[in-house]
Design a protein around this ligand. Structure first.
Ligand code: NIG
Ligand code: FE
Length: 414
């Protein structure tokens, strides 16, 4: 007789369990609809790792429920993998509600940025804040995110825009990762905007010769750092950084083991998605203006397309990322919030899920895959997180609804 597995945590009963279930990750194209739905399910874990998952009777026949095993009921509720936000600008001081008002009066994001608002406005507030203040602000935001189902979150720097201030942002991220339960994945993004009064070429050179070596040095002290190795991201767009700048910065980062991400095709089509694929970037993000041949390149690559429907909604853009075309052509699509003080002050992934269904025409199943396993792959965590599967981490969310589609349907409700 085979030995029953010892467990310390059992989620049972579960009204509906829904999870991507894939041997090969990320899920490309139609595989994004490969979502398993099991009624009357159970999940058994030990030391935070999933030991058994599936139909309750089968799970219970294979595990040993001891007196010490904690049992949590999710009767008549929905259980999905913890939601993963692969794109945020969570750390900033101040707010830009004034810009929101201007946009309501018809001004565009670019007009406001050219008039001294935008990223540079948040840079000024962020430079003026202490690390402790940044941590307190981050803590408040992460607490709200956790309450809406985010259990893993990427966090970019990029409101410091000089060596000291960028490092203070990284320090705040590392401190936050120890202070609260959401797992944080840092991204270095000094190439978010050119600080005022600085020549762009000089700034790019500064990033490559001064900042990247320091970031790599700090992150390579694994014990002291305590976070994953940062990604390296560039805002490649009109008025920000060129494809040549991006290539220079991202290739330099690669030499230090910092994997590229690219803000590509948000406002203008410059060819940044092509660069992302060429450099083996973990993700290319935004992609509103992506060209058809670049969609084909993405489909054949391991670069994940991170779409951010909260931003096109918040900016009231007429155009959204062509998610349907991407999925129908075999791209691995993920979804993120892009939470930031300017272009998208939305952090709630259930709302992003709804916007993905309404504006991007994704199915609830595709959106779940995009917010879990594909988002995990955009952060290099696809072997451990993003599906409820034996051997994966026991990281999950219980929603107070009975079926998957009720999450996007309950738009704006937590
Ligand atoms: O992803 N595109 C660049 N960065 C943000 C905007 C940040 C800001 O406006 O502060 C974005 O939309
Ligand atoms: Fe962004």
């Amino acid at each position: 007789m085979s030995q029953k597995a010892s467990i310390d945590l059992l989620i049972h009963p579960i009204g509906q369990l829904a999870t991507p279930y894939l041997d090969d990750v990320p899920a490309h194209g139609e595989d994004m609809r490969a979502v398993l739905r099991i009624a009357n399910a159970a999940i058994a874990m030990d030391s935070g790792v999933i030991v058994e998952v599936g139909e309750a009777g089968e799970v219970l026949s294979r595990v040993e429920v001891k007196a010490s095993t904690q049992v949590i009921s999710a009767a008549e509720k929905l259980v999905v993998p913890g939601l993963i936000d692969p794109h945020t600008h969570l750390i900033f001081a101040g707010n830009r509600a004034n810009e929101f008002m201007l946009r309501c009066q018809g001004k565009s994001y670019q007009e406001i940025a050219s008039a001294g608002g935008g990223i540079v406005a948040s840079m000024q507030a962020t430079r003026a804040a202490t690390v402790d203040e940044l941590v307190q602000l981050g803590l408040m935001r992460l607490t709200r995110m956790l309450a809406t189902g985010t259990t893993t979150c990427e966090v970019k720097t990029g409101y410091g825009l000089d060596l000291d201030s960028e490092l203070r942002m990284l320090t705040a991220i590392a401190m936050l990762s120890r202070k609260q339960p959401i797992e944080l994945v840092p991204t270095f993004m000094a190439a978010h905007a050119v600080p005022p009064g600085v020549n762009r070429a000089h700034y790019v050179e500064d990033i490559v010769s001064q900042m990247l070596p320091r970031v790599a040095e700090i992150a390579s002290d694994v014990a002291g750092w305590g976070c994953p190795m940062p990604f390296n991201d560039v805002f490649c767009d009109e008025g920000y950084f060129t494809v040549d700048d991006a290539r220079y910065i991202l290739e330099a980062g690669l030499r230090y083991g910092l994997r590229p991400k690219v803000h590509a095709d948000e406002f203008a089509h410059l060819g940044a998605s092509r660069l992302a694929v060429e450099l083996g970037a973990a993700s290319a993000d935004h992609l509103l203006k992506i060209a058809s041949d670049e969609i084909d390149l993405l489909a054949k690559s391991s670069t994940v397309a991170v779409l951010l429907p909260g931003t096109s909604f918040f900016l009231n853009l007429r155009e959204h990322a062509p998610a349907r075309k991407m999925i129908d052509n075999g791209v691995a699509v993920a979804l993120g919030s892009d939470f930031n003080p300017g272009s998208c002050h939305i952090f709630a992934l259930p709302l992003v899920w709804g916007l993905a269904c309404i504006h991007l025409k994704m199915t609830p199943e595709e959106a779940l895959t995009a917010l879990t396993i594909n988002a995990a792959c955009a952060l290099g965590l696809g072997e451990q997180l993003g599906q409820l599967r034996k051997g994966y981490r026991g990281d999950l969310v219980v929603f107070d609804v009975q079926a998957l589609e009720e999450v996007p349907y309950n738009l704006g409700w937590n």
